[in-house]
Ligand binder design. Structure first.
Ligand code: 5RP
Length: 260
């Protein structure tokens, strides 16, 4: 394998390349958001263009929709597709139960809706996202703009009675203004350090008025594909209880690196 990609991009790329092997003709595919998911969209686009693979893609953000169209994937809305065969997305953290923290890229709401509406969710990742306990990565919580300061205070107050180490939140910014999601909402990032009970935390956070959704994905992910910089790929399947390994070979002449 040879490439000018950085080690981290190589890991993301090989995870993406392996994950798109799971996609078959006729499938309706949820397309995640983020730098790893972008590799997956490019790899899928390559299969569409070169093999004539026929799929419909449901993007989880305007960014992903734009890239998917650019690489030749037929884009449909979730309302058109209704239910999906598989969603492939990145993650900010995953644990041994394949519970996830997502939303670092700000698309957690559409990502959770799309992944939940899929028969299977596959996460693609480099090995840095694998953790023993979720929570070192700040947990994104999407809140509506109305009364956001009250919602943030309520979130912090609620954390005091939960099994987490940190209790502070910060409003995500985009320069001098609050970050705005595709749904017109804001995001508060919760600095928890360690989450003792992700399932309980997820349920409690979603009870707070003003909270639309949180970035914990509990019992949603079925497989994780972990890429390594040398091209090695691990596939963990939580339902089958399997852990397989393989090697992805690729050449830097691949169209993926030049034509997008
Ligand atoms: C976007 C997400 C991303 O999947 C997550 O942030 C990982 O991103 P990247 O692949 O760029 O590390 O949840 O909302």
């Amino acid at each position: 394998m040879s490439s000018n990609l950085s080690p981290i991009d190589t890991a993301k790329f090989v995870a993406a390349k392996r994950a798109v092997d799971f996609i078959e003709d006729g499938m309706r595919v949820g397309l995640g958001t983020g730098s790893t998911a972008a590799w997956m969209v490019r790899c899928l686009g390559e299969r569409v263009r070169e093999e004539g693979l026929k799929i419909s893609g449901v993007p989880t953000s305007t960014r992903t929709a734009e890239l998917a169209r650019q690489v030749g994937i037929k884009v449909v809305s979730l309302d058109e597709a209704r239910w999906l065969d598989v969603t492939i997305d990145g993650a900010d953290e995953f644990d041994a139960d394949l519970n996830l923290i997502k939303g670092g890229g700000g698309a957690l709401l559409q990502e959770k809706i799309v992944a939940t509406a899929s028969d299977m969710m596959i996460v693609i990742s480099d090995s840095s996202k694998q953790v023993e306990h979720l929570g070192a990565f700040p947990l994104p919580v999407e809140i509506i703009p109305f009364g956001w300061q009250t919602s943030k205070a309520l979130l912090e107050e609620t954390l005091a009675s939960l099994d987490v180490l940190g209790q502070s939140g910060t409003l995500r910014m985009n320069g001098d203004s609050p970050y705005v999601t595709d749904e017109g909402n804001h995001i508060v990032d919760l600095h928890l350090q360690r989450i003792g009970n992700p399932r309980q935390l997820s349920m409690v956070l979603n009870q707070i008025p003003g909270v639309v959704e949180n970035g914990l994905f509990i019992d949603i992910c079925d497989k994780v594909v972990i890429g390594h910089q040398g091209g090695r790929v691990e596939v963990i399947d939580i339902n089958e209880g399997t852990h397989d390994e393989g090697l992805i070979e690729f050449a830097e002449t691949d169209n993926l690196f030049t034509d997008i």
